[in-house]
Write a protein of this length. Sequence first.
Length: 206
Amino acid sequence: MIITIDGPAASGKGTLARRLADHFKLPHLDTGLIYRAVAARVLAEGRPLDDVEAAVTAARAVDLGKLDRDRLGGAALGEAASRVAAYPEVRTALLDLQRDFARRPGGAVLDGRDTGTVVCPAAEVKIYVTATPEARASRRHRELAGRGETLTPDEVIADIRRRDARDSGRASAPLKPAPDAVLLDTTDLDIEAAFQEVLRIIAARK
């Protein structure tokens, strides 16, 4: 069983994906961490984020076993990842890596921006998670504060809106629901309520 969970930043898709992977004993891939790793390598090498060749080279060197959520989870890398993810050449370089992960025996859970539309268009279960920008910004602000980052609420919502526009407007694999995805609005749901709703969605698809 392949389960894809797509949606914009701070919609709750990553937390749901991790809960589902644990529940069904399936491997989980946060595809957003891959793009953060690419951006981190480009920056570590002192190259600008608009250096497509450097970004492609970094993409080809990604090791899924070395993705570190704590190291890659900051606000600055989120913005940088959104920029390198807009390059079609980078997305192409990472496509087989993600598809190979999804083809593991028994299946997998993947979350990101295009896992149901591009990476795994034949997935058995596709969910698109969303929430209002205000709700997402509030969640992200709490998350960043917990990491010791000091962005203001206004800065966080501006970042959310900027990333939404870039992710939805890019020419390659834009952020959008797959035609057969089930939409889940988590604006007024806590994580437990959202998780139970996803379990109901999956049960109805089996």
